[in-house]
Design a protein around this ligand. Structure first.
Ligand code: GLU
Length: 460
């Protein structure tokens, strides 16, 4: 029936035209924000089949609305260094979308932080948080502060100053920050203390990732790394594969990486390499995760120190070369755009079977394309690393109820959440005509819940 074919084509063209017009407007309105453009492009491209089927989202200008943060806060963070000199950093909090819950998302302290980085992270967080199935909106924040080489006192003074301003904009039912790169349990502790000092009353649910002694949730530390492996395990299982006996490369050596390595090893894999921003270590017999954890989390040393304790391992300067290491499963758990097209092609040539993104947007758009064209199982960040924020939402529930669940209880909830995210992403990909494409599936599943709620709530 030629008329139907023509109509379908027209719908597709209309959808593509609308999406590309909005994307051009976003680029114009947010000049030079390349990471933000990249994150928006990935989502928008995935949504063509949705807009093709349902004109209602276009009629309600959903893309124009969802890509514009509800609020962007930028502020001065003055602090005094150990020499007595006054230093100034720039702090941010992007409150992107509160349709399905209070803004939720981490804080990143890293010299690369700017409006584009925080906006891309905040934008991704909307869809990631929606995928968890829990009532949390999307937000992100941070500062261009470099914690590397700073004393404990300097980190505390900076962090307190940061929270003095941030405290004016957050609340347990408004916006609940957590950690990200450069913000771990030490920084969360200092921020919690400062928040308590400037506010009246004890608001346990103001931050997540807290210490266990004052409202933190068991399993939160492990959640992003464990969740990453749980997701990839599901992805492998569907194809009759598993972690057992496989060689795994995990970039990074922070919180996500450490617990992804631990869980992968627990499932019978050999983790042969991990990295920090200076270089990477390789041991064909398997990395000792406990040594990495102590060096990085407790002693705050460089990964190069590892080989002093494990002479069988090699240290290589330059972190991006970690992708030259042949492996069956690659888990990029360091930072954005750490796998470019070239690195992806090397991984493919070396026979990689699955890639799971533990970090936020670690693969460039071209790298993702390369994986998909070569039939590498590919798990996108929003779905794969959602376990961290999911357990943060469970921490908020426990704080509201003033009780705490056991490690096993939270871990089993995490596993269930990761399995559901996987299933929902597969279903959405199938339903919208892109079977096996988890990028499309996760983006669509995350989008629909928020977009429908936005329509139900009127023009907000
Ligand atoms: N920073 C983490 C993320 O990218 C966790 C956020 C949270 O727990 O709120 O999802």
């Amino acid at each position: 029936m030629p008329t139907v074919v023509n109509k379908a084509k027209t719908n597709k063209e209309t959808a593509e035209n609308y999406i590309s017009q909005v994307f051009e407007m976003i680029k114009k309105r947010n000049p030079n924000e390349i990471e933000f453009h990249q994150a928006v492009k990935e989502i928008f491209d995935s949504l063509v089949p949705v807009f093709e089927k349902h004109s209602t989202y276009m009629e309600h200008s959903i893309l124009e609305r969802i890509s514009e943060p509800e609020r962007v806060i930028s502020f001065r963070v003055p602090w005094v260094d150990d020499e007595g000199k006054v230093r100034v950093n720039r702090g941010f909090r992007v409150q992107f979308n509160s349709t399905i819950g209070p803004y939720k998302g981490g804080l990143r302290f890293h010299p690369s932080v700017n409006a584009s980085i925080i906006k891309f992270l905040g934008f991704e967080q909307i869809f990631k948080n929606s995928l968890t199935g829990l009532p949390i909106g999307g937000g992100k924040g941070g500062a261009d502060f470099d914690p590397k080489g700073k004393s404990d006192g300097e980190v505390m003074r900076f962090t307190q100053s940061f929270m003095t301003e941030l405290s004016k904009h957050i609340g347990p039912d408004i916006d609940v920050p957590a950690g990200d790169i450069g913000v771990g349990s030490r920084e969360i502790g200092y921020m919690f203390g400062q928040y308590k000092k400037v506010k009246r009353g004890y608001e346990a649910g103001i931050l997540t990732g807290k210490g266990i002694g004052y409202g933190g949730s068991l399993t939160r530390t492990e959640a992003t790394g464990y969740g990453t492996v749980y997701f990839v395990e599901e992805m492998l299982k569907d194809k009759g594969l598993s972690f057992n006996g496989r060689t795994v490369v995990v970039s990074g050596s922070g919180n996500v990486s450490i617990y992804a390595m631990e869980k992968a090893a627990h499932l019978g894999a050999t983790v042969v390499a991990c990295s920090d921003s200076n270089g990477y270590i390789f041991d064909k017999n398997g990395i000792n995760v406990e040594t990495v954890r102590r060096l990085k989390e407790i002693e705050r040393k460089r990964i190069s120190e590892y080989v002093k304790e494990h002479p069988s391992a090699e240290y290589h300067e330059g972190c991006s070369d970690i992708w030259l290491t042949p492996c069956d499963i690659a888990l990029p758990c360091a930072t954005q755009n750490e796998i470019d097209e070239k690195a992806a092609k090397i991984l493919i040539a070396n026979g990689v079977k699955a890639v799971g993104e533990g970090a936020n947007m670690p693969s460039t758009l071209r790298a993702v394309e390369a994986f998909q064209q070569n039939e590498v199982l590919f798990g996108p960040a929003k779905a794969v690393n959602a376990g961290g924020v999911a357990v943060s939402a469970l921490e908020m529930s426990q704080n509201s109820m003033r009780l705490s669940w056991s490690f096993e209880e939270v871990d089993s909830k995490l596993k269930e959440i990761m399995t559901n995210i996987y299933r929902n992403s597969v279903e959405a990909a199938d339903k919208y005509g892109h079977p096996d494409n988890l990028v499309v599936g996760a983006n669509i599943a995350g989008f629909l819940k928020v977009a429908d709620a936005m329509i139900e709530q009127g023009v907000i």
